[in-house]
Design a protein around this ligand. Structure first.
Ligand SMILES: Nc1ncnc2c1ncn2[C@@H]1O[C@H](COP(=O)(O)OP(=O)(O)OP(=O)(O)O)[C@@H](O)[C@H]1O
Length: 246
């Protein structure tokens, strides 16, 4: 990937869910996320946020248009290559932490790297575990950890392999405000310190305030964006969009 190339790009991205009444969830979406940007996707319920994230992350196939991760065009990949790309080049953080209950925190964090058949860089592991403050919890299983600690394990897992893009879907939705702020502060620092690229879906203007840019979707279309967002301006913009969508 060259330096100036976006970490992620879509061109005319369209997704229609078939059925007796087909739903156009994405309608020719054009988006580019530069490397090292923390981008947030917002929009009313049903506006296509999850669909956009799933197509851009190679979890779902678009009906039309294209998605690139770096210089790799996803529609050119077979299902197996797409699985490899997700494992090797993308990190995921979801609201439900998706940890394996029988594995310790350490084993959960290193699992993607082990699955890729690679050696775990112990220095990188220590750095990530330190940053999310889990050093004294590594031998615990998920059931022995709080919700916030489980989400920190999921973050460490997503970040350990230094993926080109981390996709996060409402990652703080199940956390209290303080734990949420801690986690978002940590994600922000990975962007500022190591140039991590993050794309996050959220409904929460406070969460969006941690990002570099907010992208607004309405009815499957990218209708607006807000650089350097703060919660008040995000809230104002959302109110306007709700009126447009109503
Ligand atoms: N598997 C599916 N089959 C049919 N329609 C779907 C499917 N998944 C999503 N949709 C429809 O596509 C549109 C966009 O859905 P999507 O989940 O991407 O929106 P969203 O913005 O993430 O919503 P929310 O904020 O409520 O999670 C909605 O109208 C939804 O009903």
């Amino acid at each position: 990937m060259t330096k100036l190339q976006p970490a992620l790009r879509t061109s005319s991205l369209t997704k229609v869910y078939p059925g007796t009444q087909p739903v156009t969830a994405l309608d020719r979406v054009e988006v580019a996320v530069p490397r090292g940007e923390f981008a947030v996707i917002m929009g009313p319920s049903g506006s296509g946020k999850s669909t956009l994230m799933h197509c851009a992350a190679g979890l779902d196939r678009p009906t039309d248009g294209h998605c690139w991760i770096g210089d790799t065009e996803l529609s050119e990949l077979t299902d197996d290559r797409l699985t490899d790309l997700r494992r090797d080049r993308i990190g995921f953080i979801f609201q439900s932490f998706n940890l394996l209950p029988d594995l310790t925190a350490r084993e959960n964090i290193t699992l993607p790297i082990e699955l890729a058949g690679e050696r775990v860089d112990q220095h990188a592991l220590r750095r990530v575990v330190d940053a999310v403050r889990l050093t004294d919890r590594l031998d615990h299983r998920p059931a022995q950890l709080s919700g916030g600690q489980q989400q920190r394990v999921a973050c460490a897992r997503a970040l350990l392999g230094r993926p080109e893009v981390v996709f996060a879907d409402e990652p703080t939705g199940a956390l209290d405000r303080e734990t949420s702020a801690e986690l978002l502060g940590f994600l922000r620092r990975t962007v500022d310190d190591v140039g991590q690229t993050i794309v996050m879906v959220t409904h929460d203007p406070v969460v969006a305030g941690y990002a570099d840019r907010v992208l607004f979707l309405v009815d499957g279309r990218l209708v607006d964006e807000l650089p350097d967002p703060d919660p008040e301006r995000v809230l104002d913009r959302m109110k306007t969009l709700d009126e447009v969508a109503a």
